[in-house]
Write a protein that binds this ligand. Sequence first.
Ligand code: SAM
Length: 310
Amino acid sequence: MAERFDYYMDRCLYHPTEGFYAAGRGVAGRRTGDFITSPEVGPLFGAVIARWLDARWDELGQPANFTVVDAGAGPGTLLRSVEGASPRCAQAWAPVNVDPNGNEFTQPELPESLEGCVVVANELLDNLPFRIVERTLAGWSELFVGEGEEELHPTMYVPSFEIALGRRAPLLERAHQWVHEVQRRGAHSVLAFDYGAPTTEELANRGGWLRTYRSHQRGDDPLANPGEWDITTDVAVDQLPLPSNVQTQAEFLRAHGIDELVEEGRAHWQAHAARPDLEAMRMRSRINEATALLEPTGLGSWLAIEWRRT
Ligand SMILES: C[S@@+](CC[C@H](N)C(=O)[O-])C[C@H]1O[C@@H](n2cnc3c(N)ncnc32)[C@H](O)[C@@H]1O
C-alpha cells in the first residue's frame, strides 16, 4: 500500500529500530561523513551562539533563571561548546537538550512552558518529515511511496504558494507546526539554522532541495534503501511562521562577533606559538573553523532564521 511521503520519511528516519536515527546510527553516521554540522566543526560556533545568548539574557533583564533549549540536540555538542565559552548568562542558565533520539543527557520533548526561554535548533527543521506536492495541469498532485516506487495522487490540497507547472516542492507542515508550537509555549526567541531559500518558488525552480545523506556521500534517491539514508529538505522560509529576521549563517556569525573571536584566537596562538599548550591549539583552530562556518557555498550560505516575541 502506497503511503504519503511524510509518513514514509518518518519511518525511514525515526523508526525505533530500523530508522536512520535509531540508536547509534544517524547522528554518528552523519558526523563521521564529509557532511558536518556547524557545532561539530568545533567550539567556535558555540562561542558565537554564546554571545547571541548573552544578548537575549540582557534583553530579558538578566533573570536569575535562564533556560536555554537546544532542540534536535543530537549528542548535545552545541550547548557544551556554549558552556565552554563561559558566557555571562552561564551564571543563570539551565541548558536543556531536547531530542527524541538523543542520549542520557537529552529529554525527548520540549518543556511544557517556554516562558522566558530561548530555543536554538541547528538543522532540525530540514529533518522534520515533509509532504511533497507537484504542480500539474489539473491542479496539484501529491507524492505517495510504495514498494520502492513513487505514485502521484491528485489532491484537493491548495498550498499557499505557487510554483511552475511540472515542478515539485516540499510541504513543510511539521516544520511550521514546530515553530508555531514553540511560540505558543511562550519562547522569548527562537533561532534556527537550516539550508534553504526565502520562497518555495525559488526552491522549486532551483531543484535539488530533496537531499539524502549517508556517512560519506550525498545521495539523490530517497526511495533507495529506506532507513540507511538521512532524508532532508531545503527549508522554504515562506512556509514557516513569519520570522523577525533572516540572514545567511555567515551574516549572522559576523553580526555576532566571529571575526573578533578569530582575531583573539590568532593573537593567542602567536603569543604562545613557541610553547603551545592545548588552549593555544584550540585558539589556533578558530581560524580553520571560521573558514568552514563561513564558506559561501557551504555552511556560510545556510540560513539563520530568528523569531522574537514582540
Ligand atoms: C541533523 S540532526 C542535527 C543535530 C545537531 N543539532 C547538530 O547540529 O549536530 C537533527 C536532529 O533532530 C532530531 N529530531 C528529529 N525530530 C525532532 C523533534 N521533533 N524534536 C527534537 N528533535 C528532533 C533528530 O533526532 C536529530 O538528532
